[in-house]
Design a protein around this ligand. Structure first.
Ligand SMILES: Nc1ncnc2c1ncn2[C@@H]1O[C@H](COP(=O)(O)OP(=O)(O)OP(=O)(O)O)[C@@H](O)[C@H]1O
Length: 246
């Protein structure tokens, strides 16, 4: 494996408040990595920096050898970085298939994106299969359950063929069944992509995570397997007294 993403000496400051301090973080190509940490640890801020939403005070973010800091968001998307947001980007009135097709169209840069075409592209068919929504392909996205909607969003990312997928709390608000299916979906997506998942749910991590990075107050606290991280006294200390114990 080789490094796909290399964050070096990252500092993010909001009006004098240090949200991220001297962070080094590396993701190897093909990894499924989980990022955890108590509220305010800097997890979303790190994703915002990688995707160009937030500009760091200093440091670099190399993606496949290309510097991302200073690049506009759409250029970072084009470079192959896709993310889900906590707010939905699905169009309720459009069918599941049209939402996927529309997302794929951004990649293909087609004109007449909403024009119904004959047949579906291989990318869209394969994404539909991966997210398990084939039976609902022609239903409006508005009828989907919360979990199905999240899967559709993941599918909408996948059809854009990113090399790196950043998923911010993908199982928040899901039922147990939906969480399990999402974990399986993530593992399936991770076969062909590098995936970084921000997640709080420790039961979910224990089941689906291999390598975990822990942030605390904007700094890297530790990194390792789920078992290593859970056994680390520093991790236990920062989570102590919180609802979700490690
Ligand atoms: N735009 C901003 N302006 C000022 N402070 C900010 C801004 N964005 C984030 N912060 C602060 O930076 C710190 C890190 O926030 P961040 O959202 O990255 O944490 P997080 O680890 O994702 O937490 P959570 O699990 O609660 O989502 C927090 O103290 C937050 O209040």
């Amino acid at each position: 494996m080789s490094a796909l993403l290399e964050v070096r000496g990252l500092n993010v400051v909001f009006s004098g408040f240090h949200a991220i301090t001297d962070l080094d973080f590396t993701l190897q190509a093909g990894e499924l990595r989980f990022l955890i940490g108590p509220n305010g640890a800097g997890k979303t801020t790190l994703i915002d920096v990688i995707t160009g939403l937030t500009r760091p005070a200093s440091g670099s973010v190399q993606f496949a050898g290309e510097e991302l800091v200073g690049k506009r968001e759409y250029r970072i998307v084009r470079a192959g970085v896709g993310r889900t947001f906590q707010t939905s980007v699905v169009f309720d009135e459009l069918s599941v298939l049209d939402n996927l097709d529309l997302a794929a169209g951004f990649r293909r840069r087609m004109t007449g994106l909403l024009r119904r075409r004959h047949g579906i592209s291989d990318d869209v068919a394969s994404a539909l299969d991966t997210i398990g929504l084939g039976d609902l392909a022609d239903r409006p996205a508005g009828v989907l359950s919360h979990g199905q909607r999240q899967w559709l969003e993941i599918g909408m990312l996948v059809v854009q063929r990113p090399r790196l997928l950043l998923l911010d709390e993908p199982v928040a608000g899901m039922s147990r069944d939906e969480r399990d299916r999402t974990g399986e979906l993530m593992q399936s997506v991770a076969k062909d992509h590098t995936v970084l998942v921000v997640e709080h749910d420790m039961a979910f991590l224990r089941r689906f995570a291999s390598t975990v990075t822990v942030l605390h107050e904007g700094r890297l606290l530790c990194e390792g397997t789920v078992a290593e991280v859970q056994a680390d006294p520093r991790v236990q200390e920062v989570y102590l007294g919180r609802k979700e114990r490690v």
